[in-house]
Design a protein around this ligand. Structure first.
Ligand code: IMP
Length: 194
């Protein structure tokens, strides 16, 4: 089975990528060097693609340095809320940490425009070249927290395509995988690997 090193500290993202790539014959492993996630510098940019491509270049250099063989996956995601001009976007992780889901709901208060989208930008380095793709999932932000599944913003995000009005937090991983930004991005990468 081929190995795919995923540079991430997010266990939710790692689990989703493992489920996605296993049937394709890839074992997704967290990218660790001597048990630690290698430190990469995240460029200050509001562009997810730029962030992902800088991170994959740094990760590829690390892999070469330690003499390992394998492909590398990097994926940067964020929640872009229409009414807030795309905020929190690339600041999703720090915003979630600082104000939590309740804080996001409060920012929107009773605002009728609850449109938002998740974007995931994935980069794959196959040992020779980097492929960059983006997956988008449109949805709406709920008025209350619903469900305890998934991670991050899942309990306040209802994907539009799914049709039952459930949040990602009310779905299991397989159900979320049918609609998520991450699956869309990884599906595009699949063609590169197979
Ligand atoms: P990052 O790509 O790991 O930096 O993610 C940025 C922030 O968005 C983190 O707080 C994640 O928890 C959140 N996030 C990323 N992907 C998802 C998702 O699929 N569902 C919910 N939250 C997500």
């Amino acid at each position: 089975m081929d190995r795919l090193f995923f540079l991430t500290s997010n266990s939710g993202k790692l689990a989703e990528a493992k489920d996605f790539f296993l049937p394709l014959g890839y074992e997704v492993k967290q990218f660790l060097i001597e048990g630690e996630i290698p430190e990469v510098i995240e460029p200050q940019s509001d562009n997810l693609q730029l962030v992902a491509s800088s991170k994959i270049q740094q990760a590829a250099a690390y892999l070469e340095e330690i003499g390992e063989k394998g492909s590398i996956l990097v994926e940067d995601a964020g929640l872009f809320i229409d009414e807030l001009n795309g905020f929190p976007g690339v600041y999703s992780a720090s915003t979630l940490e600082k104000i939590g889901l309740h804080g996001i709901l409060k920012l929107l208060d009773r605002n009728a425009n609850r449109g938002a989208e998740f974007r995931a930008c994935a980069a794959l380095w196959d040992g020779n070249k980097t492929t960059l793709v983006e997956g988008i999932c449109r949805g709406i932000i709920t008025t209350e927290i619903k469900g305890s599944g998934g991670f991050g913003f899942d309990p306040i995000f209802v994907p539009l395509d799914e049709g039952t009005g459930r949040t990602f937090g009310e779905m299991n991983k397989q159900e979320k995988g049918l609609y998520s930004h991450r699956s869309k991005a990884l599906n595009l990468l699949k063609n590169e690997l197979c």
